[in-house]
Design a protein around this ligand. Structure first.
Ligand SMILES: C[S@@+](CC[C@H](N)C(=O)[O-])C[C@H]1O[C@@H](n2cnc3c(N)ncnc32)[C@H](O)[C@@H]1O
Length: 167
């Protein structure tokens, strides 16, 4: 959050997490930025983000989509809060089909735990089906990492401020 806040010099960074414990840790870690009003961290779910439509320039989702109750609907919910021209970056340290030990373990255990592990193609489909444009999926096969990026197609000219959300 603090790295994002340093980048978003004209705006605010808002973090959402489902767990009270994660919210408390993040609030402690980011206390200096919260104190000056540049970062806000709240309890909430990606399924019902506590924000109006079209407010964020960027939403980041790091190591979290495995847990989302309904990845297709939740990716659309993120789309709702993005400004036209804004982007979602989804980062994960495991994906289906990666050859790493961590990915193989995840492939075996995630379904049992009700968690989602997507393949490269499924990441792309998640974004395109939710309405994102300019979708790119970048893999790091040696490490089993994956980064998916998509943009909400701009309807008209964009705003001047930077607002970022981390889910
Ligand atoms: C592995 S942690 C990653 C946390 C953080 N993004 C990071 O990179 O440090 C996964 C987080 O996803 C959160 N999470 C699970 N379900 C969620 C939901 N429906 N909405 C928002 N966050 C959720 C969990 O509470 C947990 O803190």
């Amino acid at each position: 959050m603090s790295k994002l806040a340093a980048m978003a010099t004209q705006g605010q960074v808002c973090g959402i997490d489902y767990s009270d414990e994660s919210v408390a840790v993040s609030q402690k870690t980011n206390a200096p930025w919260i104190d000056v009003g540049r970062v806000e961290i709240r309890q909430g779910s990606v399924s019902q983000l506590p924000f109006p439509d079209d407010v964020f320039d960027l939403v980041t989702a790091v190591e979290t989509h495995y847990f989302w109750p309904d990845p297709a609907a939740d990716t659309r919910e993120v789309f709702r809060v993005l400004k036209p021209g804004g982007a979602l970056i989804l980062i994960a340290e495991a994906y289906k089909g990666a050859k790493t030990a961590a990915a193989k373990l995840a492939e075996k255990h995630f379904p049992v735990a009700g968690m989602t592990l997507l393949s490269v193609d499924e990441h792309r489909e998640l974004f395109t089906t939710a309405g994102y444009s300019d979708v790119r999926v970048i893999e790091e096969p040696g490490k089993g990492w994956i980064c998916s990026i998509g943009r909400k197609c701009p309807k008209d000219s964009d705003s001047a401020s930077d607002n970022i959300s981390g889910v």
